[in-house]
Design a protein around this ligand. Sequence first.
Ligand SMILES: [Fe+2]
Ligand SMILES: [Fe+2]
Length: 339
Amino acid sequence: MSEALKAFEDELQSKNFKGYWQNIQGDVAREPVPSFAPCFWKGKDLFAATEKAGEVVGLDVSFRRVIQLWNPALKNGTSRTLVLNLQLLKPGEDALSHRHMAGAIRFILKGQGTRLIVEGESFEIGEGDFVTTPSWTWHDHENHGGESMMWLDGLDAPLVRLLETDFHEPDPRKKQTVTKPEGYTLATVGALRPSWMKQNSIQPPAFCYKWADTERALSKVGEQPGDPYDGIVLDYANPLTGGPTLPTMACQIHMLRGSEKTKSHRHTSSTIYHVWRGGGVSYIGDQRYEWEQGDSFVVPLWNFHHHENTSKEPAVFFVMSDKPLMDAIGHYREDAKAD
Ligand SMILES: [Fe+2]
Ligand SMILES: [Fe+2]
């Protein structure tokens, strides 16, 4: 670098300017290069860590007893935009009401007998159920059953951190009062719905998708061709609009039929998988991951991936992705690998 250029750059810096040439290091990439790698977490390790947290971490130490599936390539989070956690709730434990900008979902892995209260509506949740607590909704829960409960806790918190838009408010009431009758939202978002409830909200109403309904839907469409890249896919749709689960994340159930092998593709959304049932193998980039029930993995954007069910029984994934974000800003691209 010439002395004149160095002096010019120093002068720019002293005035909080920067030359375009100062940002360029080598060639500009022609396509996305993710800064985080695929990552895989064994369910056995995750469940053991969560059980241990139940012994050594009191609720006085941690407001929530939660273990994050941390992608070490990131400062925090499972992907650049989303985080998946496992939460343990012991019998008799409850959590104080609060609300925050981050939108959240729960997928119940184990246990029965917990009430989740969102915006004054009580949802009784059990194994396989999926519940949303959209952005800025009051939520608290209590385990009134006799067994420990474990659920996946997914949030768009990494995105909110990036945007620096987080508001967080503890509820002065500590616990919410239930103000809506049981099944209130379910009764207002179907084919028959109150005329004053318009489809004009960015955020969906909090909603509980029962496992029995998911299982019934899988049995009804399980013989269809499905998606060549994901098998049989069920969207947890916004119950009012049919759009994505939350504006920032799409949650789905994927089922691979016995011995089903999907085609390979890549896309600009990043996807987190949790194995809910079955066993098989997934290929992400040049990595091969064998999975069984309880395992989780993340596919960063623009990595080719495909899956194979290595058993005769169906395999089922619970899946979270940031595709709605990419759709909203016109950045979604998908590319199939040539056979
Ligand atoms: Fe929360
Ligand atoms: Fe995919």
